[in-house]
Ligand binder design. Structure first.
Ligand code: BG6
Length: 530
């Protein structure tokens, strides 16, 4: 791993004021590297992602002095517009969406001169010829040395065309011949539509690029709290001894969002929550929480361990499918006291849409460490709140001493809050002071915000920066993506065979369909109240 900042490791105590301890990974922390000169070309530059995430990320990298000293950014898209118009739109986008506001006008003044727009269709040879000449000119102007990052943020169906055209027009370099300059391609998710199409895309991409030129982005991997999962597990000796099926009863992973699908109806009708969130973000969380310690912090050593977890997931039992997989779709309801539409009333959504906006899955990882430990995953739109959490629920204590009579002991829970209110809490049982000695669960709570007092950088900042450094640790490798699809595809096929008869089956602002609660109740468990 290239740049593990000191802040990510230094002193953490649950109380927030304990004595600093020496982090065992400290030797591994490499000095902050500087990204090499390069030009970043964003395909699909008029889309939402560019304005909400990518340009704000570049602006903040520039603000923090992390952009290469010789740098330019070119937006590539189909709509006609000139550089000035694109710059103005990006100014407005950064003003709205940057994590640090207001925009610093003096910084913007120099930054804006590094931003350009190039209009072309994605399959137009002339457009790519013109792009190559334009980039060569920018190299001369900004001394960017021929290095390129191509960010594919278009509809996924354009990925193969763009990669092919980049190759044909010598914008992607052959790594076996070209040693002086480099070209890398960031590919947005979803990588494929199902297992078959992901294999096809993977083969296509590998015919045009070396694995070390491909950066399959999953922005969850760029989140500070997700990166901290490995530090938390492997830089603390206390957790490893009970991180297994002897002590852990089950694990719950929740990715809940209050928002609906907004303006993304067309995209969501093709994706559904399982392709949008589960196949990528949740599978990454699952693999980080369940992986074995890697032999080093090298990208491949980490990814080798993650892929083993994904490959060990037991295929869904199709005979008892409904016991393990639940799908849901939101109907009208209330969010923050306001009336909101059901999914089928959203823009660009079919009035009889069978697309799921919620799913809950029970799965098992068939390896020594996790044998018989259920993992419960749930993801949904229009839930009561935005909350991403991994909860490790420990086994019950034997009911010999304290569980007699009315006293019911809560199980210990280690909750890792990925967002918001990033932090970690441990639920333990404690004697209430006094003579009657009732036992009550209490929480030890660590909060990043109050301890470090910093706004963590946006995931995209870290990931764009890592790509410019050539560090693929926080990107998904081809075999990880395929292993994840291998588990997900049979679920999609089964859903495809039979349309849901009960949609919409949960109200906006509720925690999802009843069947998801029933799934845990059957096992004598319940979803955590978040
Ligand atoms: C994206 C999904 O990948 O992640 C969106 O396409 C979702 O549907 C978003 O809202 C959630 O990201 P975050 O960083 O807000 O948790």
């Amino acid at each position: 791993m290239t740049k593990l900042t000191k802040e990510a490791f230094t002193t953490i105590s649950l109380e927030g004021n304990g004595a600093p301890f020496q982090n065992p990974l400290e030797d591994q922390i490499t000095a902050s590297k500087k990204a090499e000169p390069c030009i970043l070309v964003i395909f699909g530059a008029t889309g939402d992602l560019t304005s909400r995430k990518l340009l704000p990320a570049l602006y903040n990298l520039s603000r923090e002095g992390q952009l290469p000293s010789h740098f330019a950014c070119v937006g590539f898209a189909r709509r006609p517009k000139d550089h000035a118009k694109f710059r103005q739109e990006m100014h407005d986008a950064i003003s709205n969406f940057s994590r640090v506001k207001p925009i610093e006008e003096t910084l913007w003044h120099s930054f804006t001169n590094q931003i350009f727009y190039h209009q072309s269709n994605f399959d137009d040879d002339h457009g790519y010829d013109a792009l190559r000449k334009f980039l060569d000119d920018l190299d001369k102007k900004f001394d960017t040395k021929g290095n390129r990052v191509f960010y594919l943020s278009t509809q996924p169906s354009f990925f193969p065309t763009i990669i092919q055209k980049l190759g044909e027009h010598h914008l992607i370099y052959d790594t076996t011949k070209e040693k002086k300059k480099w070209s890398r391609v960031i590919i947005e998710k979803p990588f494929g539509h199902d297992y078959g199409s992901a294999v096809e895309l993977q083969n296509f991409v590998m015919n045009h690029l070396g694995e070390n030129q491909i950066y399959r982005i999953d922005h969850y991997l760029g989140k500070e709290t997700v990166q901290n999962l490995m530090v938390f597990r492997f830089a603390n000796s206390i957790f490893e001894s009970f991180w297994n099926n002897q002590y852990i009863d089950h694990i719950q992973i929740t990715v809940g969002e209050e928002i609906g699908i907004g303006t993304r109806g067309t995209f969501f009708e093709e994706a559904g929550i399982i392709r949008d969130i589960v196949q990528n973000h949740m599978m990454q969380l699952l693999s980080l929480v369940a992986m074995e310690p890697p032999s080093s912090l090298d990208a491949d050593a980490i990814r080798d361990e993650k892929v083993k977890v994904l490959q060990a997931i037991r295929p869904v039992d199709l005979k008892h499918f409904n016991e393990f997989v639940v799908r849901g779709q939101y109907g009208p309801g209330f969010i923050d006291g306001k009336n909101v539409n059901g999914y089928r009333e959203e823009r660009n959504v079919d009035h009889n849409s069978p697309i799921e906006t919620y799913t809950a899955i029970q799965l098992f990882i068939d390896n020594w460490r996790w044998a018989n430990v259920p993992f419960y995953l749930r993801a949904g739109k229009r839930l009561p709140k935005r909350a991403t959490e991994i909860a490790v629920v420990f086994k019950k204590v034997p009911g010999i001493l304290f569980s007699k009579g009315k006293q019911k002991l809560e199980q210990n829970v280690l909750a890792i809050r990925i967002q918001p209110d990033e932090g970690i809490s441990l639920r333990i049982n404690c004697k209430v002071p006094g003579t009657s000695s009732p036992i009550q669960p209490v929480k030890m709570d660590f909060r990043y915000g109050s301890y470090f007092g910093l706004t963590p950088p946006e995931a995209y900042e870290r990931l764009i920066y890592d790509c410019m450094l050539g560090d693929g640790t926080l990107f998904a490798r081809g075999d990880e993506v395929l292993a994840s699809w291998k588990f997900i595809s049979p679920i999609l096929n089964r859903w495809h065979e039979s349309a849901p008869s009960d949609f919409p089956n949960y109200k906006s602002g509720s925690w999802g369909p009843k069947a998801a609660d029933a799934m845990l109740e059957r096992d004598g468990r319940a979803w955590r109240l978040i």
